[in-house]
Write a protein that binds this ligand. Structure first.
Ligand SMILES: NC(=O)c1ccc[n+]([C@@H]2O[C@H](COP(=O)([O-])OP(=O)(O)OC[C@H]3O[C@@H](n4cnc5c(N)ncnc54)[C@H](OP(=O)(O)O)[C@@H]3O)[C@@H](O)[C@H]2O)c1
Length: 247
């Protein structure tokens, strides 16, 4: 039997791409899922699919930029399933642009979703996990959290931050409360992520990179692997690129 059997996992950004595939993968191993994102119809369809396939999933429309909504999400998970074993802070967006385009609103959005959303996710589950002295927090960073390229300054800034925050969390909590912390850093993955790019000068290069993008189910399996290891094993960081992506 999988270690994931009956584990309660919150997934943010579950309405598409990596989050959606992660839900399907974890459900196939018996996890009980709490799905979160803003698009209700997508969440409902996914939850129906999981439940009709013999799994267990509930959903709550949640904007990760709202601290209150993230707290309500954690409360909802406990009401529905009695506990939270893990959270996958996956919601994110990537409106890449050159700094001189001054797309300040997009910078704000990235900082709010990619950094604050992850922090709010951590805060929402931390007291519960500390009390139980167990839990697993998986934060989705990026290869762009390891390297910067022209057009990725702000996005990379948010994803470097995710790595810093996750490593800080690991140091603070691993010995103290036995909470595991994992960074997942994907390379180019074929999802809706590039649809948020409005800077035409960046789009071309990104389209070239994404021609060889891998499918999101590879990232879902990576997340499943980290979660499935026994409690005394912490998979702290994994980078997953298309084989021929050099950067
Ligand atoms: N695809 C790649 O190449 C790649 C590479 C490296 C890292 N990543 C990271 O992987 C994660 C998932 O992205 P993806 O590739 O699966 O892209 P995606 O298909 O665009 O999914 C993004 C998810 O984030 C959710 N989201 C966005 N803003 C939100 C908000 N304010 N509140 C709640 N949910 C929000 C979206 O749901 P709603 O719109 O319904 O709210 C959606 O479910 C992101 O953190 C991304 O940075 C992706």
């Amino acid at each position: 039997m999988s270690n994931l059997q009956d584990q309660v996992v919150i997934i943010t950004g579950a309405s598409s791409g990596i989050g959606e595939e992660t839900a399907k993968e974890l459900s196939s191993k018996g996890a009980k899922l709490v799905l979160a994102a803003r698009r209700e119809e997508r969440l409902k369809d996914l939850a129906d699919q999981v439940n009709q396939g013999g799994g267990q999933a509930v959903y709550k429309t949640t904007d990760v930029t709202s601290y209150e909504e993230m707290e309500h999400l954690a409360e909802f998970a406990i009401e529905e399933f009695g506990q939270i074993d893990a959270i996958v802070n996956n919601a994110g967006l990537m409106p890449l642009s050159y700094l001189n385009k001054q797309k300040v609103k997009e910078w704000d959005q990235m900082i709010d979703v990619n950094i604050k959303g992850v922090l709010y996710g951590i805060s929402a589950v931390l007291p519960h996990m500390r009390e139980r002295k167990q839990g697993h927090i998986i934060n989705v960073s990026s290869v762009a959290g390891h390297v910067v390229f022209p057009g990725s300054a702000v996005y990379s800034g948010t994803k470097f931050a995710v790595r810093a925050i996750t490593d800080g969390l690991r140091m603070e909590e691993s010995a103290e409360s036995k909470i595991r912390a994992t960074i997942i850093s994907p390379g180019a993955v074929s999802t809706e992520l590039t649809s948020t790019i409005t800077d035409e000068d960046v789009k071309g290069g990104v389209e070239d990179l994404y021609e060889e993008a891998i499918k999101p189910d590879s990232i879902a399996r990576t997340i499943r692997y980290a979660l499935e290891e026994p409690g005394e094993v912490a998979i702290n960081e994994i980078v997953v690129r298309p084989t021929n992506q050099s950067m």
